[in-house]
Design a protein around this ligand. Structure first.
Ligand SMILES: *[C@@H]1O[C@H](CO)[C@@H](O)[C@H](O)[C@H]1NC(C)=O
Ligand SMILES: *[C@@H]1O[C@H](CO)[C@@H](O)[C@H](O)[C@H]1NC(C)=O
Ligand SMILES: *[C@@H]1O[C@H](CO)[C@@H](O)[C@H](O)[C@H]1NC(C)=O
Ligand SMILES: *[C@@H]1O[C@H](CO)[C@@H](O)[C@H](O)[C@H]1NC(C)=O
Ligand SMILES: *[C@@H]1O[C@H](CO)[C@@H](O)[C@H](O)[C@H]1NC(C)=O
Ligand SMILES: *[C@@H]1O[C@H](CO)[C@@H](O)[C@H](O)[C@H]1NC(C)=O
Ligand SMILES: *[C@@H]1O[C@H](CO)[C@@H](O)[C@H](O)[C@H]1NC(C)=O
Ligand SMILES: *[C@@H]1O[C@H](CO)[C@@H](O)[C@H](O)[C@H]1NC(C)=O
Length: 590
């Protein structure tokens, strides 16, 4: 029996490995699809770590989301699993609670492995400060010996740098450096300083490259190869002009000579569905092949509808000795170097990137690894399966709603919200809501949340009956008194035009019942928001179809979630969430 198996295996390897004449010794190219990490996963940084069982790891930016800096792993470059979040305890970085503005928080991380340790170097940005205020930039290092153990990530080690996009470099001569982008004291450029990653001590910062003339040279990484220092950077800003450029030097401090083939990767000035390509990183797999990762938005050149924001894409790279690497151009379906054999044996607590949710908040369970708050949660506001309501998530209201303090931060009292990233062009997200408000403006519901200034909410809210803007769909319900009754309310806020509020009384026949609330992306540009009694789904009514343009903005991507608030009033009635479902229904790639 064993003999037969061995013989069969040898035969299969021989067949698969038959080289195509004239090609490199890669048996067969892989076909795969971009983005590899769909949804809010910008500024990717990826490594291959033979010491950890030949595993690939990728980190991405999280801005004000908490837990932050998601870490995905794969052994085959096809199946990516969320194995944890690098920023997983408020003590690691207390200042995240007060970062002001929607574009603040954790900007681009760099993930590296050196001498048995994982390092994550990044910047906490307070984006309402001007460039000249050094408190705008809080550059930090997290370190871990075990990427699968969230508690193994250290608290932030801070270092001085008035810029962002910081990345460590271990030189073959034994010195350690950090390279970063942009500083106010000099012309925007790429800067380098010697650094001690254990203590955060840094030497003098020196400009080593100014880029090729694009705005905002940033996102640098340095690679040593064939006696050269290769400098990888992003230019053009993170919008439609984004591009990846390279330069190289014989010494780490320069002078750097510009790659004549720049930009090495961009979709600027094309009609490709994938736009804003840039902010790249490079890694080599176990077979010695190179790959590049970068961010991109599936927006087309119109750049109006991209609710998933900046996502992680991957392209094969050919890097011959003594030459600049050649990057394959980006598209939805790719052909690249042969992948390692499919392997789903991955530790870590999160789901595969392609998985949906069937979450019933069972007694004894915890919030899933991919669930996300906006800044730090107040732990007591989230209770799984309280004794009187098993299989629910109890939300206690925050005084502040999802907009909170003028769309900036929420202060120490937080905002009660938890969600998961939109990762599919088409999906259905739904929950059951059991909520019996009694006081004015008590509200609980579901949200398409991009930032505190960009969200589309459908909730149950206690309001005077004369607040209705229309009868409930399919009924003639109107009650012109000022008596408080539960209403359904759609309310959106954005810098981009949103539909007017919809306030409709909940039909009497539904009162006291749990409601199903649903958000469905029924096409590339619109969500429909619906509700009905949880025990009679045939009565579901669509409250509105709403464009995703108001949640296509800035640096982050949509989080679909639930909230509970007293809207600044006195309410304290909790909401009970159950039957949490997220069903992927299609990915558009061109
Ligand atoms: C937050 O930023 C806004 C402007 O964006 C400013 O008016 C406000 O004072 C800031 N708040 C804090 C606490 O820094
Ligand atoms: C970058 O540009 C500044 C301003 O023009 C110049 O002073 C500096 O020498 C340049 N640095 C490099 C490394 O090219
Ligand atoms: C895109 O086109 C503009 C206008 O012609 C040009 O300035 C820019 O350099 C082009 N960008 C890229 C990356 O080719
Ligand atoms: C296989 O992928 C590599 C890397 O993208 C590319 O250079 C090569 O042309 C591909 N070969 C085939 C046969 O598609
Ligand atoms: C609403 O009122 C109109 C006109 O009085 C009537 O024809 C219709 O049947 C009513 N609809 C419902 C659902 O009560
Ligand atoms: C509702 O009725 C109350 C009491 O009559 C009144 O003060 C209030 O202005 C009314 N609100 C609306 C929106 O009509
Ligand atoms: C998506 O559906 C909406 C209706 O909800 C429609 O107005 C819009 O044109 C559709 N968009 C596309 C791209 O089909
Ligand atoms: C949020 O709450 C404030 C009061 O705290 C209120 O003025 C505002 O309208 C609410 N907005 C949204 C969109 O939640």
């Amino acid at each position: 029996m064993a003999r037969v198996t061995v013989a069969t295996a040898v035969y299969l390897i021989a067949v698969l490995a038959t080289p195509v004449l004239g090609s490199k010794p890669h048996a067969q190219n892989s076909t795969y699809y971009n983005p590899i990490l769909p949804g809010f996963h910008p500024d990717p940084s990826c490594i291959f770590v033979p010491e950890w069982d030949d595993t690939f790891f990728c980190a991405s930016s999280s801005f004000n989301a908490f837990p932050g800096i998601p870490l995905h792993a794969s052994k085959d470059l096809q199946n990516w699993k969320l194995i944890g979040n690098i920023l997983n305890r408020p003590e690691q970085l207390p200042r995240l609670v007060e970062t002001n503005r929607s574009t603040s928080g954790i900007w681009a991380p760099t993930l590296r492995f050196n001498d048995g340790n994982f390092y994550l170097v990044t910047t906490l940005v307070d984006d309402d400060r001007v460039d000249t205020d050094s408190s705008r930039w809080d550059n930090i290092i997290f370190k871990s010996e075990d990427p699968y153990d969230p508690s193994a990530w250290t608290e932030a080690i801070h270092f001085d740098f008035e810029g962002y996009d910081t990345s460590p470099v271990w030189d073959s001569d034994g010195k350690t450096y950090i390279v970063g982008g942009h500083a106010w004291k000099v012309f925007p450029g790429i800067l380098l300083a010697e650094a001690n990653l254990e203590t955060g001590e840094v030497g003098e910062w020196e400009v080593i490259w100014n880029g090729t003339g694009g705005t905002a040279p940033e996102g640098p990484h340095i690679f040593q190869k064939d006696g050269w220092y290769y400098l990888l950077a992003a230019e053009g800003g993170t919008g439609l002009d984004h591009m990846v450029t390279m330069a190289r030097s014989k010494t780490i401090r320069g002078p750097y000579e510009v790659n004549p083939a720049n930009p090495v990767l961009t979709n600027a000035n094309t009609t490709n569905y994938f736009q804003t390509v840039g902010h790249a990183d490079l890694f080599q797999d176990g077979a010695g092949n190179w790959w590049g990762v970068a961010l991109s938005t599936r927006s087309g050149p119109e750049y109006l509808n991209y609710p998933m924001g900046r996502e992680t894409i991957m392209v094969p790279v050919t890097w011959n000795e003594n030459e600049f690497p050649v990057w394959s151009s980006l598209s939805g379906e790719m052909s690249g170097w042969e992948f390692p054999q499919e392997n789903l044996e991955l530790d870590g607590t999160g789901p595969l990137i392609t998985e949906g949710d069937t979450i019933d908040f069972e007694p004894g369970s915890v919030l899933p690894t991919h669930f996300t708050h906006w800044r730090f949660p107040i732990p007591d506001s989230y209770t799984i399966s309280p004794p009187d309501h098993p299989n629910t998530l109890r939300l206690s209201p925050s005084k502040l709603n999802l907009t909170a303090l003028n769309g900036n931060y929420a202060g120490p009292s937080g905002q009660t919200f938890v969600g998961r990233r939109q990762q599919d062009t088409l999906f259905t997200f739904s929950i059951n809501l059991d909520f019996s408000p009694t006081l004015l403006e008590e509200e609980a519901g579901i949200s398409v949340f991009l930032t505190q200034n960009h969200h589309l909410d459908l909730g149950v809210v206690m309001l005077p009956a004369n607040s209705s803007t229309a009868p409930f769909p399919g009924t003639n319900l109107t009650a012109p008194s000022a008596e408080l009754i539960p209403h359904l309310r759609f309310r959106g806020i954005s810098y981009i035009e949103v539909p007017k509020d919809i306030v409709v009384p909940i039909p009497d026949s539904w009162s006291g019942k749990a409601l199903r609330l649903e958000i469905k992306a029924h096409n590339m540009t619109h969500y429909s928001m619906s509700t009905g009694p949880a025990d009679a789904l045939s009565q579901m009514k669509t409250i509105l179809d709403v464009s995703n343009a108001p949640v296509s903005w800035g640096f982050s991507g949509v989080i679909l979630g639930v909230y509970c608030t007293s809207n600044g009033y006195e309410g304290s009635t909790p909401a009970y969430i159950s039957k949490w479902r997220y069903t992927p229904q299609g990915q558009f790639r061109n």
